[in-house]
Design a protein around this ligand. Structure first.
Ligand code: CAA
Length: 407
């Protein structure tokens, strides 16, 4: 059977961040709550001249350029977001235009909170597996701006960013056998954003419960699809990346996995196994969430990029478990079988470099950026073009005849 999966991957993060120390000071909260309690250190802040479209195009452009892919070769373009810019026109269509992707391409947007990108990825892998002669390359992009509103409990988990993945046969990075995937979904109200609301409504503690319930369900089906007995899954996977709305959610998720996988062991033994497996299998993927915050759809894939940059060639030939969760709720557990000889892909990620290049902003600047919607801010193309750089190739310049303008 021909393998299908991900050939290359790239991330884009906005050029500004606010430190959690500053946020804590402004909110009158002990900084330890954010830094130790949630595990976060910095949150990405997106300026008004960027949006879900520009971040998606900026991530995808890196993939096209570094793989030498002609945009005309892309026959499936999926963009997943819960930060859409139009009720009808897909973010994917804006991206198609910016990247100059041809007309013989299936282009669509997916929404299922943070899970949507995984649904688009699985669909793209399956489509290329089935119709490999007519669809050879797919581009799947996850792009989001997590905003909860000033003073909301979720504010300290905000972030923004986009991840793009190139899907094809004989993938250079990792293959995915989607028949093994474990899925879970249920109609719940844990986090939602009614039409017209600028920020979501969140039942924070309940959302964590829903996440853990979905993890249990997806893991159980995945293990059974693999034909493994309960207790054997932990050793089967070399690394695990959980959806990370905040850093310590990965700790809560991993603890739950240990409880399931080591059921019957005394608490002390479970704690030992948790500590060791967390530092070996989970911690190498945490850099992104700690530095950027929640990027919703792209969160788990930012974890993959963090892992690759930290562990480098150690990931070659390894099995990586991926848990994707979206509120509402839908979840899927997948296995990435890593290829060998991936050094050049890792070298081209430049994630740490992007993080280092960012500028720290003050709490007042953050408040200015986030108190206006993009509809209220207009830039002149000349002014906006000065915001471009090596990673920021596309910027938003305002509206003309109700049409969003990008350069
Ligand atoms: N020093 C050290 N730790 C401290 C502390 C201090 N001074 N003060 C508090 N803490 C700890 C708490 O003990 C707690 O840790 P545990 O969870 O391990 O007990 C942690 O800091 C957070 O404290 P609280 O629970 O009191 O924080 P909160 O009430 O402000 O809410 C939250 C936390 C529910 C995560 C909130 O940030 C939120 O609503 N976030 C958005 C929703 C979310 O991320 N849900 C996750 C699952 S849903 C999902 O995954 C989809 C998605 O992307 C949104």
């Amino acid at each position: 059977m021909v393998e299908v999966g991900v050939s290359d991957i790239a991330i884009y993060v906005p050029p500004f961040y606010l430190s959690h120390e500053e946020l804590a000071k402004a909110r009158g909260v002990p900084k330890e709550k954010y830094i130790i309690g949630l595990g976060n250190q910095k949150m990405a802040v997106i300026p008004n001249w960027e949006d879900a479209v520009t971040m998606a195009a900026n991530a995808a452009m890196q993939v096209l350029e570094k793989t030498g892919t002609d945009p005309e070769e892309i026959q499936q373009l999926v963009v997943s977001t819960e930060s859409g810019v139009d009720h009808s026109k897909a973010v994917a269509s804006f991206v198609q235009g910016l990247l100059k992707i041809g007309t013989r391409c299936r282009v669509y947007e997916v929404k299922h909170a943070c899970y949507g990108g995984t649904a688009g990825l699985v669909d793209s892998i399956d489509r290329i597996s089935r119709n490999g002669k007519t669809t050879r390359k797919g581009l799947v992009i996850m792009t989001d701006i997590a905003k909860y509103g000033f003073g909301n409990a979720g504010e300290s988990t905000q972030g923004a960013g986009a991840v793009a993945l190139l899907v094809e046969k004989n993938p250079r990075l990792c293959s995915v056998d989607t028949s093994l995937n474990g899925v879970f979904s249920k109609d719940v109200f844990d986090f939602w954003r009614p039409t017209g609301h600028r920020v979501p409504i969140v039942d924070g503690k309940f959302s964590i419960e829903c996440y853990l319930m979905a993890l249990e369900g997806a893991v159980s089906e995945f293990r059974s699809n693999l034909g493994l007995e309960q207790g054997k899954l932990l050793d089967y996977m070399d690394y695990i990346i959980y959806h990370m709305p905040f850093t310590n959610m990965a700790r809560k998720a991993h603890r739950r996995l240990i409880e399931i996988e080591r059921e019957g062991k005394d608490l002390e033994t479970q704690e030992e196994i948790y500590n060791q497996t967390f530092s070996d299998k989970v911690a190498p993927g945490l850099m992104g969430v700690r530095e950027v915050g929640n990027i919703y759809t792209g969160s788990v894939y930012m974890g993959l990029i963090s892992l690759l940059e930290n562990e480098r060639e150690k990931t070659e030939g390894k099995r990586i478990g991926i848990f994707s969760y979206g509120s509402g709720c839908g979840a899927e557990f997948l296995l990435y079988n890593m290829q060998t000889k991936i050094s050049d892909i890792i070298d081209s990620l430049h994630f740490k470099e992007q993080l280092d290049k960012r500028k720290e902003i003050t709490f007042e600047q953050y408040t200015q950026f986030y108190s206006k919607s993009s509809e209220e801010v207009f830039y002149y193309p000349d002014e906006a073009s000065s915001f471009k750089n090596r990673y920021t190739k596309f910027v938003f310049t305002g509206f003309k005849d109700h049409k969003r303008q990008y350069i």
